[in-house]
Design a protein around this ligand. Structure first.
Ligand SMILES: NC(=O)c1ccc[n+]([C@@H]2O[C@H](COP(=O)([O-])OP(=O)(O)OC[C@H]3O[C@@H](n4cnc5c(N)ncnc54)[C@H](OP(=O)(O)O)[C@@H]3O)[C@@H](O)[C@H]2O)c1
Length: 285
């Protein structure tokens, strides 16, 4: 653990921090001296992950939170628990996300990819925003994907009710992450809170394992050795959460710790306002 790092004593929340890229991000930021909260669906699993992160980082300041973030009531409960636990919050890493080959409704009756990958971070960020502003300089770091480049926000059927494809739903949700980030950055101008999204690379994790696409199951055996490790996949998240290089930088999309151009829809401010309004309606904000 590095007591001299600029992250020493800062507080970071990482959603989906119990496995994969999120857990590696938690180890990296805890090693830099931050107090790190990790979330997962199951408290026992989250406590186990927190214990492993403490050992790997040498930092005892790691906390576990449990919430199934596909449920809006659970996201609200999580936000309350975080606000009660942390008087300051300098970084929110919106890492949680998944892929489902088939359409699965959530407890709220919403399509799961849209609900977990887009609406959950939208709602959580908004519920934590005043705390982030009060802790400025602060950062919001949404984990998107290279799949954003193939995404399209389908305002007529955003939840694939008429026709569902896992890949289309995922691409749309990862584009929505960037559209949301860029709109958030505009709304946060002058507050000292920045928002930058990222593609972590293609990473060996549990990603998509709950309901895997057949082609992915076959291909993953072939491409497995070419994939990044979670620690490699976490590098850009750690960079955007902690590096002084990006002080004041906002509304950008990064890969391999460098700014990149995203899907051109990500820069459409009218569409961003429309998505914000539709999302706020769906989460009751
Ligand atoms: N892997 C890749 O190649 C890749 C590429 C581009 C982008 N990404 C993005 O990177 C992010 C992390 O992916 P990953 O590969 O690390 O995935 P992962 O290994 O499947 O990890 C997912 C994490 O999210 C948590 N989680 C899953 N469903 C949840 C729910 N309903 N409520 C709360 N927590 C939940 C899991 O915790 P529990 O199981 O303990 O609940 C776990 O900590 C995602 O946003 C993904 O879209 C991944």
């Amino acid at each position: 653990m590095d007591f001299t790092s600029p992250m020493a004593g800062k507080v970071v929340l990482i959603t989906g921090g119990t496995a994969g890229i999120g857990k590696a991000t938690a180890i990296g930021l805890a090693t830099l001296g931050a107090r790190v909260g990790v979330t997962g669906r199951d408290l026992h699993r989250a406590e186990e992950a927190a214990a492993e992160i403490r050992v790997a980082s040498g930092n005892p300041a790691v906390d576990a939170f449990a919430a199934d973030m596909s449920s809006q009531a659970e996201v609200r409960r999580l936000a309350t628990a975080v606000l009660n636990a942390y008087p300051r919050l300098e970084v929110l890493v919106n890492n949680v996300g998944g892929f489902w080959a088939h359409r699965h409704p959530t407890a709220d009756g919403l399509e799961r990819t849209f609900a977990l990958n887009h609406l959950a971070p939208f709602l959580l960020t908004n519920l934590l925003l005043d705390r982030l502003k009060a802790s400025a300089p602060a950062r919001v770091v949404p984990v998107s994907s290279g799949a954003q480049s193939m995404g399209r926000i389908d305002f007529d059927d955003p939840q694939g009710a008429r026709s569902y494809s896992g890949q289309r739903a995922y691409n749309q949700s990862k584009l929505a992450n960037i559209v949301f980030t860029n709109e958030l950055a505009r709304r946060l101008e002058g507050t000292g809170v920045t928002a930058n999204s990222l593609h972590p690379g293609v990473v060996r994790s549990n990603f998509g394992a709950e309901d895997q696409a057949r082609w992915f199951a076959v291909m993953s055996h072939v491409i497995l050795p070419l994939l990044k490790t979670p620690a490699q996949g976490a590098r850009t998240s750690i960079y955007l959460a902690s590096s002084p290089d990006v002080n004041g930088v906002t509304g950008q999309f990064f890969a391999n710790r460098k700014p990149r151009s995203a899907n051109k829809a990500a820069y459409d401010t009218n569409m961003a306002a429309r998505l914000w309004q539709a999302s706020a309606g769906l989460v009751g904000l």
